[in-house]
Design a protein around this ligand. Structure first.
Ligand SMILES: [Zn+2]
Length: 134
């Protein structure tokens, strides 16, 4: 991981200074909502992490990604249906590539699934149109 980061930095430094400024705001190119992740806790094994997820009873895995830090699993709050607006609260796990530990992160946002479910009927109609293109 460190080697790759170093190479990337070195490349930027070898170019002119206006490139460096662009490098300072990496998140702005994406239109997606940027979640703020807070450290939750560290598990000593993948089994411990899965047990915890299960015991919470509200998380549904929806995505797995490989990152430099390790495999990342994203979970959404399952109090709302998979299709449609998602609860603002979510978590993800990083399966650390360097050891067997698993680190959990949670959004700093509170659960808002109750509000979402109340407005669901109205929202579903507009979503039907929105997702038809996909
Ligand atoms: Zn929720």
């Amino acid at each position: 991981m460190r080697d790759k980061e170093y190479v990337r930095v070195a490349q930027y430094e070898s170019e002119e200074s206006d490139i460096e400024k662009e490098n300072e705001k990496p998140e702005e190119s994406t239109k997606r909502t940027v979640k703020k992740w807070l450290y939750k806790q560290t598990f000593q094994s993948a089994d411990d992490a899965r047990e915890w997820i299960k015991s919470e009873g509200i998380w549904a895995k929806f995505r797995t990604n490989d990152t430099y830090a390790g495999c990342r699993e994203d979970y959404r709050c399952n109090k709302v249906p998979k299709r449609g607006p998602q609860c603002a609260c979510a978590i993800h796990l990083i399966y650390n590539a360097d050891n067997f530990q698993v680190t959990a992160f949670i959004t700093d946002a509170e659960h808002n699934h109750d509000e979402l479910l109340e407005g669901r009927q109205i929202i579903l109609v507009s979503l039907k149109n929105k997702y038809r293109a996909n």
